[in-house]
Design a protein around this ligand. Structure first.
Ligand code: FAD
Ligand code: SIN
Length: 534
C-alpha cells in the first residue's frame, strides 16, 4: 500500500502543472504522479500548433478570444468558464515560460511569433516550431525532477478509483457524497496490483482518440479516467462532441497514430484542394480553409464521399520554403520520409479523430462530482469547449485548471485524511488469459464500429447499429474481465468500450445537429440548449 497527500494520474501538461504548483508552494506535501508508459508519452507531447493566449494587447483583446471560443462552441460553452480560461491564460503561459518553456520569437526581435489557426480572429498562438507540446513537456518534466516532493511512477496503470463501493457499500448514481480514497494500480513490470491511497486524487489522464480507427492520438489515449469515473458513478457529459482534425496525413501504411498536419499550416497560407487541384472550402464557409474545424472536417468528408476519394490535398507549394521549414520542420521531414516534398507536391490529408470535447464534469475549480476527486485537462468537460473546441485552447485549459485545482488543494488539504481500511484488490478466481487474440480482435472491432457508424456524419440507424454491436462487445469483455488476470490491454479495451458507449449513447440522445455532432435525421439546430449527461 502506498500513501501520499496528493495522487495525480497522468504526466501530461495537466498533471505536471498541478504537481509543480503544489510542490513549489508547499514542499512538505508528498505528491505522487502515475503514468502508464514512459513519463513523456502523452497527447501533450504531440501538440503541434501551440497555445492560444491573448498576448499582443495592442491588437488582440480578451473579448475577441472569448467571442471566438463561444462561436466555435456553437451555443454550448459555459461563458463564465470561457472568461476564466481566456483571462487567466496569459498568466499561466508566463509561468511555463519562467519554468523554461521556449516559444518562437519573430526574426531579430523579442516579440513572440504569434500564429493563427482556424476560428481565431487574431494571431494569438504561441508555438515552438511544430513541436510545442514536446517543448512544454520537456520543460515541465525537467522542473519536476528538481523538486524532491514529486515522485513519478512510470509504467503504473491506474485501474479503478477506490470509493465506498470497495468498502462493501452499495453505490449508485443517486448515492450522495461518493468519496474517492485513491486508486488500484497495476504495476506493469511486476503484474502486481497495488493500492495507492491519497487525501486527494487528481485525474489528468488525457483523451480517448484510440476509440476510432484513425486518430492523431498516441496509443495511451484510451479514455481510462473518464471510464473509471463513469464506473464509479461520477458525472460525465457532452461525450457526443468528438473533434475530427481535418488534416491528418493520409498514409496507406498502418500506423497506430495518424500524423498530424497542423492547422497552423493553413494559418500560414496552405490551401485545401480536391484531386483536380480545385479549391473547395469557399462552398462551405467564407473563412475557407481557416473555418472552424467541424466545418472543415465535414466539408472534406463530403468532398471525399462525393468524389469517391480517400483524401483531399493540402497545397503548400506557393509558400516561402525557408519560412515553411523553419516553422514546420517535423511536418516537412515526415512528408519527405514518405516521398512527398511539400514545396513541390500537394500533401494528401484526411480527417482523423483528434479530441473528445466532453468528459468528466468538473466545476470552476476542477472538482468532479465525486468528493476528493479533481480532474484537469483533456479528460474533463469544464464548459470551455461546448459543442466544438477552438484550436489550441486545450493546452491553455489544462494549465488554468491545474492552477485552480492546486489553489483549492492547498486551502483544504489539512482538513483531509487518508482512508485506512481499504481492502487490497481482490483477484480471487481469475486465471491467465487463454486467448489473447480475443482482446486484440475486440479492439479492432470496436474501432471499426465507431469509425463506420459514429464518425463525422451520424444517423439514428447508424447509432442503433453501433449500440447493438457495442452491447455484444461489452458483454463478452465483461465476462473475460471477471475471470481473467487483468492486463493493461484488457483494462484499456474495457475502458474504450465504455467510451464508445458514452459517445454513441450521448449522440443518440441529442436530437439535433450542433457543433461536432451532425446527424442526417436532425440536420438542424434545436432552440433548446442542452448538455448531455450520463
Ligand atoms: P495527456 O497529455 O494526454 O496526458 C495523459 C497522461 O495520463 C499520460 O501521462 C498517460 O500516461 C496518463 N494516463 C492515462 N491513463 C492512465 C492510467 N490508466 N494510468 C496511469 N496513467 C495514465 N492542443 C492545443 O491546445 N494546441 C495544440 O497545438 C494541440 N495539438 C495537438 C496535436 C496532436 C497530435 C494531439 C493528439 C493533440 C493536440 N492538442 C493540442 C490537444 C492537447 O495536446 C491535449 O488536449 C493536451 O495535451 C492533453 O493534456 P493532458 O495532460 O490532459 O493529457
Ligand atoms: C494543430 O496544430 O492543428 C492542433 C491544434 C489543436 O488541436 O489545438
Amino acid at each position: 500500500m502506498q500513501q501520499s497527500d496528493v495522487l495525480i494520474i497522468g504526466s501530461g501538461i495537466a498533471g505536471l502543472t498541478t504537481a509543480l504548483k503544489l510542490a513549489f508552494k508547499n514542499p512538505n506535501l508528498s505528491i505522487t504522479i502515475l503514468t502508464k508508459t514512459i513519463e513523456n508519452e502523452s497527447n501533450t507531447r504531440y501538440a503541434q500548433g501551440g497555445v492560444a493566449a491573448v498576448w499582443d494587447m495592442e491588437v488582440d483583446t480578451f473579448e475577441k478570444h472569448i467571442a471566438d471560443t463561444l462561436d466555435a462552441g456553437d451555443g454550448l460553452c459555459d461563458e463564465s468558464i470561457v472568461r476564466i480560461v481566456v483571462e487567466e491564460g496569459p498568466e499561466r503561459v508566463r509561468e511555463i515560460i519562467e519554468w523554461g518553456t521556449r516559444f518562437d520569437k519573430e526574426k531579430n526581435s523579442e516579440n513572440y511569433d504569434l500564429g493563427k489557426e482556424g476560428g481565431h480572429s487574431e494571431n494569438r498562438i504561441l508555438h515552438y516550431k511544430d513541436l510545442t507540446g514536446a517543448e512544454i513537456q520537456r520543460a515541465l518534466l525537467a522542473k519536476a525532477k528538481e523538486l524532491p516532493n514529486i515522485k513519478i511512477y512510470e509504467h503504473y496503470f491506474a485501474m479503478e478509483i477506490i470509493t465506498q463501493h470497495h468498502l462493501g457499500y452499495y453505490v449508485t448514481k443517486l448515492t450522495p457524497n461518493i468519496e474517492c480514497y485513491g486508486t488500484y494500480v497495476l504495476d506493469k513490470e511486476t503484474g502486481k496490483i497495488e493500492t495507492f491511497l491519497a487525501k486527494v486524487t487528481v485525474l489528468a489522464s488525457g483523451g480517448a482518440g484510440q476509440v476510432y480507427r484513425s486518430t492523431t492520438n498516441p496509443v495511451i489515449a484510451t479514455g481510462d479516467g473518464i471510464a473509471m469515473v463513469f464506473r464509479a458513478n461520477g458525472r460525465i457529459e457532452n461525450m457526443e462532441f468528438v473533434q475530427f482534425h481535418p488534416t491528418s496525413l493520409y498514409n496507406p501504411a498502418v500506423e497506430s497514430r495518424s500524423f498530424l498536419v497542423s492547422e497552423a499550416v493553413r494559418g500560414y497560407g496552405a490551401i485545401l484542394r480536391t484531386s483536380d487541384g480545385k479549391e473547395f472550402m469557399q462552398k462551405y464557409d467564407p473563412r475557407k480553409s481557416l473555418a472552424p474545424r467541424d466545418i472543415v472536417a465535414r466539408a472534406i468528408d463530403n468532398e471525399m464521399k462525393m468524389r469517391g476519394e480517400d483524401y483531399v490535398y493540402l497545397d503548400c507549394t506557393h509558400l516561402d520554403e525557408e519560412g515553411y521549414i523553419a516553422h514546420f520542420p517535423t511536418i516537412y521531414e515526415k512528408c519527405k520520409s514518405i516521398g512527398i516534398d511539400p514545396m513541390k507536391d500537394y500533401i494528401p490529408v484526411v480527417p482523423a479523430c483528434h479530441y473528445v470535447c466532453g468528459g468528466i464534469k468538473v466545476d470552476e475549480i476542477g472538482k468532479s462530482s465525486i468528493l476528493n476527486l479533481y480532474a484537469a485537462g483533456e479528460c474533463t468537460s469544464t464548459g470551455l469547449h461546448g459543442a466544438n473546441r477552438l484550436a489550441s485552447n486545450s493546452l491553455l485549459e489544462a494549465m488554468v485548471f491545474g492552477h485552480r485545482i492546486h489553489e483549492d488543494i492547498l486551502e483544504n488539504i489539512n482538513k483531509k485524511g487518508i482512508k485506512t481500511n481499504v481492502p487490497d484488490w481482490n483477484a480471487e478466481g481469475t486465471t491467465d488469459p487463454k486467448e489473447l487474440v480475443l482482446i486484440t480482435q475486440s479492439w479492432k472491432e470496436l474501432k471499426e464500429i465507431m469509425s463506420s457508424y459514429v464518425g463525422i456524419v451520424r444517423s439514428n440507424v447508424r447509432l442503433k447499429r453501433a449500440l447493438d454491436r457495442l452491447h455484444l462487445l461489452y458483454t463478452e469483455t465483461e465476462l473475460v474481465y471477471s475471470n481473467t488476470t487483468v492486463s493493461p490491454q484488457l483494462c484499456e479495451l474495457r475502458n474504450l468500450i465504455t467510451i464508445a458507449y458514452l459517445v454513441t449513447k450521448s449522440a443518440s440522445i441529442r436530437r439535433e445537429s450542433r457543433g461536432l455532432h451532425y446527424t442526417t435525421d436532425f440536420p438542424k439546430k434545436s432552440n433548446r440548449l442542452e448538455i448531455s449527461i450520463l
